[in-house]
Write a protein of this length. Sequence first.
Length: 276
Amino acid sequence: MDFDLAAQSSDWLQNNQALLIDYCVNIISALLTLVIGILIARFVSNALNRIMVKKNVDGIVASFTSNMTKYLIIAFVVAASLSRIGIQTASLVAIIGAAGLAIGLALQGSLSNFAAGVLLIIFRPIKKGEYVEIAGVGGSVESVQIFTTVVITPDNKMVVVPNNNVLSNNIVNYTRTGQRRVDLVIGVSYSADLKKTREILEKVLSEDDRILKDPSWTIGVLALADSSVNFAVRPWAKSSDYWDVYFSLHENIKNALDEAGIEIPFPQRDVHLIQQ
């Protein structure tokens, strides 16, 4: 009986030798197609990204477009590999479509993040390197990925925000216009000469080259507070100089007022004792 089984196996191999060879060749071809296709996808993605960067395309658009190109090529390569080993891609697409519907219902959040990412790339309310406030997070935009936006905070923390949260909330872009107003409140004593105080404030602003002449600054009495007369000092500076101007103005104004003998009051209370 063992002899008959061996003979039958030998006959089957002889009769199907060509079929087995074709099958093995197809599997090897499919594997080679898959490997080469993935390598080509990476090469095309990297080359496209370099070209777009050289053309001064925004880094976010370049990164998003190159990644999408890579994934589309890989999807095409996978379909070609499956077709090579005899799997009908038409029926496979139908099965994937049915499964995709079920998966899509379960992953509505991810799909909305993907759609939001596409809209962020199209309308470009934020760009790489811009300082923004999105979904309650302030920082510099690092990248807009397929599902998330990466932001680096001023204290160097990486915050990953879902794209849908970015698009569904207000986006405050501090960099896009290139200019920012520096808002300061300077309080002086009620005994101070307001005209002289204004002249000193104007002198400090005029001596700082980082402060823009157009638009012009604003200096005015903001409020008559409990223990001080508050001046609103509002110069304009480049967005990149904002914090340097903000910090240095406080120091320079304090020194200038001290030299002029103008007091910057602090909260205090007079207590009157009445003896019987």
